[in-house]
Write a protein that binds this ligand. Sequence first.
Ligand SMILES: [Zn+2]
Length: 218
Amino acid sequence: MLAASFFALAAHAANIVVDTGHTPLRPGATAASGKVEYLYNLQFTNVLAGELVTQGEKVFRVAADGKEITLQERAIREPAADFFVSIHHDSIQQEWIDAGRRREFAGFSIFVSEKNPHYAQSLHCAREIAEQLLAIGEVLSLYHATLIPGENRPLIDRRLGIHRFDDLVVLKTATIPAVLIEAGVIANPDEEERFAKAETVQRLAHAIATGIRVCQKP
Ligand SMILES: [Zn+2]
């Protein structure tokens, strides 16, 4: 019985919802080159989904088919899954762009909502993912905590770049643990160049998939 139980535990695959932020019609932020965020999100989630499968998880894709979908629909499409991750790439405030400050902003940030019914598990996973990203040398983007309208997101873990954003629709609507990741700041031309490389995406996707796998363990 022990061997059988061990096998069952080892073979357990978590069901992970991988949400591609935005749609082709409403593509999100604009990168320094003019390329839209949705395309970066799609490229990233294609690789992340592959990484999760390689690491033994089962993946459900949301918004990878290019069809319109509401934020609420995204979050509840797979209500019995174990974890929801939404992938985005960041812009910065227009006044910072206008002031020629694009290159000052780089790195990842992670968001959780206290209105999610599994806030503690969401935060636990956010921490595991951030640890993996820091371990491969990624840096934190902390400007969402700036005390100005449109930002002002409480930074609940400064070392790991984790913010609370209670009213983020996908996070508060999800009935399973959920995080949203801004993988990098594509409004910065240096960052955009980096994220255009398959090697960068592969490294980050591997780190995020590892963080997700680690936090699914009982
Ligand atoms: Zn976005």
